[in-house]
Design a binder for this molecule. Structure first.
Ligand code: HEM
Ligand SMILES: *[C@@H]1O[C@H](CO)[C@@H](O)[C@H](O)[C@H]1NC(C)=O
Ligand SMILES: *[C@@H]1O[C@H](CO)[C@@H](O)[C@H](O)[C@H]1NC(C)=O
Length: 326
């Protein structure tokens, strides 16, 4: 036992960072305390996605925006109150992050079945997996046992989550700070095979990419013209556009094929192909090989959803995902 612990420590220090992230999480965590937990999450997610297809994308994205801010601890779900300033107000989240009512519905169903047992952080990890599956993507076993934070970080949300006009290097650095690498960056960006973006998130590319009044010429110019018709120079900020215009609700590798055709919607999508050799090779690979994408996506999601969880007696099991227990 002591030997295996020190082996784990060595692995953590030198190579397999994800191994130490997930050491305390395991898929059977609720097998005795709440055996129906996963089934309940799945049924509420399925109902929500049946009502609105986009919800699968919105829930998947929430896992990214939660895990990049003090780890996967449901800090994103806290509303402002007392000393807490909600992450929902941050630049990446405001008028953009959505799906919180679905999380509330899952939580209230679980509180009925097994009160004070299933964390909001675990709910999100399961919901992100189920959303991916419902959209036609891969499945994976979700390690469980995360607990919920008693605080939020607005500055963490603003600083850690990459912006769509960040440089390739800035985006990669922000991933590396979370223990994620270039392969994870390219694979997880494949989430943009589903869901929508607002005009305001890519307008700069259409009109004034580098401050000299010129558009981004690495964007296909007929695609750009189409985008301009509903994303004018000013106004229409909230107008919605498919991130993957070919198959916007299907979890496939058209995201990468679009990038090869200079039709990646966000600047952060296109730079994966234009600004770095290794990342370019991966975009090419995933565009050609859906199976390679699907497999790496599942692996990278496991890594992302295991970023520094609260376990053991740290944190708490919130009764209401929007507020800390009183
Ligand atoms: C690599 C850096 C990333 C950047 C710069 C980025 C940026 C964005 C932006 C700007 C939007 C549109 C938001 C809006 O206009 O309202 C968006 C949407 C989305 N992002 Fe990302 N993202 C990144 C990585 C990720 C990752 C890692 C995931 C999940 C694992 C993800 C999942 C999604 C999904 C599913 C949507 C659509 C959400 C919806 O329709 O509600 N993104 N992203
Ligand atoms: C990126 O976008 C933000 C928000 O629209 C803007 O304030 C900032 O100047 C942009 N940064 C660059 C380098 O273009
Ligand atoms: C483009 O952006 C720069 C600064 O980012 C600004 O000074 C300039 O006026 C803008 N040009 C146009 C045509 O909007």
């Amino acid at each position: 036992m002591a030997q295996s612990m020190s082996l784990l420590l060595v692995l953590c220090l030198f190579a397999f960072v994800p191994l130490c992230f997930s050491a305390n999480l395991y898929p059977q965590f609720y097998d005795h305390s709440c055996p129906k937990a996963q089934e309940i999450v799945k049924s509420v997610v399925a109902e929500a996605v049946a009502k609105e297809t986009r919800m699968a994308a919105s829930l998947l994205r929430l896992s990214f925006h939660d895990c990049f801010v003090q780890g996967c601890d449901a800090s994103l779900f806290l509303d402002s109150s007392g000393t807490i300033v909600s992450e929902k107000r941050s630049v990446p989240n405001a008028n953009s992050a959505r799906g919180f009512e679905v999380i509330d519905a899952i939580k209230s169903a679980l509180e009925k079945e097994c009160p004070n047992t299933v964390s909001c952080a675990d709910i999100l990890a399961i919901a992100a997996r189920d959303s991916t599956v419902l959209a036609g993507g891969p499945s994976w076993e979700v390690p469980l046992g995360r607990r919920d934070s008693t605080g939020a970080s607005l500055s963490g949300s603003n600083n850690n989550i990459p912006a769509p006009n960040n440089t390739f290097q800035t985006i990669l650095t922000k991933f590396k700070r979370q223990g994620l690498d270039l392969v994870d960056l390219v694979a997880l960006s494949g989430s943009h095979t589903i869901g929508d973006s607002r005009c305001t998130s890519f307008r700069q590319r259409l009109y004034n990419q580098s401050g000299n009044g010129q558009p981004d010429f690495s964007l296909d110019q007929s695609y750009a013209a189409q985008l301009r018709s509903r994303c004018p120079r000013s106004g229409g900020d909230q107008n919605l556009f498919f991130l993957d215009y070919v198959s916007p609700t299907k979890f496939d590798n058209y995201y990468y094929k679009n990038i090869l055709a200079s039709k990646g919607l966000l600047n952060s999508d296109e730079v994966l192909f234009t600004k770095n050799e290794a990342s370019r090779a991966l975009v090419q690979k995933y565009a050609e090989n859906n199976e390679a994408f699907i497999q790496q996506f599942a692996k990278s999601m496991l890594k992302m959803t295991s970023i520094t969880p609260l376990t053991g007696s740290r944190g708490q099991i919130r009764k209401n995902c929007r507020k800390v227990n009183s």
